[in-house]
Design a protein around this ligand. Structure first.
Ligand SMILES: Cc1cc2nc3c(=O)[nH]c(=O)nc-3n(C[C@H](O)[C@H](O)[C@H](O)COP(=O)(O)O)c2cc1C
Length: 358
């Protein structure tokens, strides 16, 4: 079972080349109107883009099969399904014999000899489409309480956004296929992705996520601390290799007098800086919640690499043909945003916020 959440619980299911992927989303109260056009446009942000993504045209129509009446939640679990179409498994079968370095093939095959190698099976980024659909519904739930989240690309390979970004700028990144915050960065990031792809190679990068509207004290402590839950959620995204809140690892090179975020009073308690990323003791300090997630380069690359032959038990070579993005970072941005929305919706439920819909 692939499950996350305490009150608002996501159960993920499916495999890349099975009939469908999807999820069951438990715990939303009855009466929430679901804007399906908004869900569909979030899901479309996860699709590969011409030039910088895989050439496939995934048809990712979101179907909510149970849990709604007349476009509103009915208080029962939502059953969300996205059908898999245009799957071609032929290019994947060799990975059952010669596993791809950097992908899940080797441990998956050793752990489960019945592992479905096609499209990466249940380890595929394909399952994130269901996370985006559920996260998009949770984002609508959170926004009703005045809490807004957006994620954008902050670096790809050597091209890094030098500017701190506002929530509004992050939202505007939806207009650029790389999810960069400006046209200039978009062009430089696209060039970085295209250059890697032309070399038969891949490139990684960083997604930044901003949430505004959290009241002071929103969150819990110890293992349910808001940063702990977000970190767990982010590491649940395939290819995520790191997370930092606020200044993150750079805090280790500061003195306390530089790293602490001083408070001031202006119609409520505020923080002057956001070095901690808006979290103290596992709870919101009332400022914007800002964190960054690191994504590794796509493991499946056209360049030949060393591997082993698991049938003949000898060294071998493998190169990935088929449909793989030279960079998954632009597609991961909406997944990060959706995961964050799921964690925050669950925390709203855990804080016993009154329902707004009855
Ligand atoms: C949105 C998304 C799309 C992905 N697409 C691919 C892909 O086309 N090819 C690939 O090799 N890996 C892809 N991945 C990454 C793999 O799923 C991931 O690296 C693999 O499951 C191993 O897991 P790990 O990197 O977390 O160890 C994608 C990940 C995400 C989030």
């Amino acid at each position: 079972m692939y499950q996350m959440g305490r009150r608002i619980v996501l159960d993920l299911f499916g495999r890349s080349h099975a009939d469908c992927v999807g999820c069951v989303l438990h715990g939303l109260p009855a009466g929430i109107p679901i804007d399906m056009a908004s869900v569909q446009s979030d899901v479309d942000l996860r699709k590969p883009s011409a030039g910088i993504g895989t050439p496939r045209t995934e048809s990712d129509a979101v179907e909510i099969l149970q849990g709604t009446v007349d476009g509103r939640t009915d208080g029962n679990p939502l059953l969300i399904v996205i059908r898999n179409k245009n799957t071609d498994s032929s290019a994947y079968l060799r990975f059952g014999v010669t596993p791809r370095p950097g992908h899940a093939d080797l441990p998956a095959l050793v752990k489960n000899p019945l592992h479905d190698i096609r499209g990466g099976g249940q380890f595929s980024g394909r399952l994130t489409v269901a996370i985006v659909a559920a996260g998009s519904i949770c984002r609508q739930f959170n926004e009703a309480y005045g809490i807004r989240t957006s994620a954008h690309t902050s670096s790809i390979g050597a091209v890094a956004d030098p500017s701190p970004r506002s929530l509004e700028e992050s939202v505007r990144s939806r207009g650029f296929p790389t999810r960069a915050c400006s046209e200039e960065l978009h062009r430089a990031m696209s060039a970085e992705i295209l250059a890697a792809g032309e070399d038969g190679d891949s490139v990684g990068g960083v997604v930044e996520c901003i949430t505004e509207g959290l009241p002071i004290g929103f969150g819990d402590i110890w293992f349910d601390a808001l940063d702990a839950l977000l970190a767990k959620a982010m590491f649940g995204i395939p290819a995520c290799k790191g997370i930092e809140f606020g200044k993150g690892f750079r805090l280790t090179r500061m003195r306390g007098s530089q790293s602490n975020d001083p408070f001031y009073y202006d119609d409520g308690v505020k923080t002057r800086s956001g070095n901690m990323g808006g979290i103290l003791g596992g709870m919101s300090d009332g400022g914007p919640l800002v964190f960054r997630t690191a994504f590794k380069p796509t493991p499946s690359i056209a360049k030949e690499q060393d591997t082993v032959n698991l049938v003949e038990m000898r060294d071998d070579k493998v190169a990935a043909t088929g449909r793989h993005d030279p960079c998954i970072v632009p597609r991961a941005a909406i997944v990060v945003e959706s995961m964050t929305a799921l964690v925050i919706a669950d925390q709203i439920a855990c804080e016993d916020y009154p329902t707004l819909w009855r």
